[in-house]
Design a protein around this ligand. Structure first.
Ligand SMILES: *[C@@H]1O[C@H](CO)[C@@H](O)[C@H](O)[C@H]1NC(C)=O
Ligand SMILES: *[C@@H]1O[C@H](CO)[C@@H](O)[C@H](O)[C@H]1NC(C)=O
Length: 265
């Protein structure tokens, strides 16, 4: 019965069976190159679902075109099309179609599906300690005790952003103020230098797993103003204020005393 249903679905909706499916991870680029006989118009559409008017993502003519995160490239002299979608988001998951513009009905087309996984689809562990505090302008290093081999993909990102800050496939990688260092053994560490107040937040470090089922460790970074200076500064203000009050008090006492002695004499 089940088999019959599957066969029925396939026969009624061939696209469900034909569509190639691509597994990707948030932040990655999607690239797909395929043979496609282009008509005289030479123009193509990239769209979601089955190309209704509000499904169209972009139209590409001539040598190809680029629009936002989408790109269609035609390889010169060849009947090949290359599609690119940059910096994938979770919301990019779904069915897509590349179709010819203005050609006979049914329009020649190619369907495919993209499934975009979260950066840590294999699970998230809470780091111990969870909170790492440091001061503005300083550095912070967090040890990522995940089971990482030297050649595994190791990455690091902020949970409120869908892009990695830095990723490494070997012993070390750095990108502006962020770096990853494989310590040897199964752990690696990551460092942020020149901390800014805006670096405060939740982060995850992760290790690539099969089919992008990455395992991650979550922690927080708290950046405070220069700690010692602010404490000392605060204390000094309090002490100065107390001295001021004392002076004021003794000055008033003296004044009232002299007032009294003036009246007495
Ligand atoms: C393009 O058309 C030629 C000739 O009709 C055919 O042999 C070839 O398989 C087609 N290629 C694709 C990718 O459809
Ligand atoms: C932070 O790291 C940088 C680069 O490794 C180093 O030059 C700097 O002295 C460090 N700063 C502190 C406060 O440790």
């Amino acid at each position: 019965m089940k088999v019959f249903c599957v066969v029925l679905v396939c026969c009624c909706a061939p696209a469900l069976c034909d569509a190639a499916t691509f597994m990707k991870t948030v932040g990655e680029d999607f690239r797909f190159s395929f043979g496609f006989n282009r008509s005289q118009t030479g123009a193509g559409l990239l769209c979601r679902n089955s190309c209704r008017s509000d499904d169209v993502l972009m139209v590409a003519e001539g040598g190809g075109a680029k629009s936002g995160r989408y790109e269609v490239r035609y390889e010169d002299g060849e009947d090949r099309v290359q599609l690119v979608i940059r910096e994938l988001r979770r919301s990019d998951s779904g069915r897509y179609r590349y179709a010819e513009v203005d050609s006979a009905s049914p329009r020649p087309h190619l369907d495919f599906e993209i499934r975009v996984r979260g950066m840590c689809a294999g699970g998230v562990i809470s780091a111990e300690p969870r909170v790492h505090s440091s001061t503005e302008g300083g550095n912070v290093t967090v040890r990522c005790s995940l089971n990482a081999a030297r050649r595994d993909r190791k990455f690091f990102y902020r949970t409120d952003q869908e892009e990695t800050l830095v990723e490494a496939f070997g012993g070390r990688a750095a990108s502006s103020r962020f770096s990853i260092q494989h310590d040897g053994g199964r752990t690696f560490s990551l460092t942020i230098t020149g901390l800014k107040m805006s670096d405060s937040g939740r982060y995850r470090c992760g290790v690539g797993g099969p089919n992008a089922y990455n395992t991650c460790l979550e922690f927080e970074i708290q950046v405070s103003g220069p700690f010692i200076l602010s404490r000392v500064g605060c204390l000094m203000v309090v002490v100065l204020f107390l001295i001021f009050l004392l002076l004021l008090y003794s000055w008033r006492m003296k004044k009232s005393h002299s007032h009294l002695s003036n009246e007495e004499s």
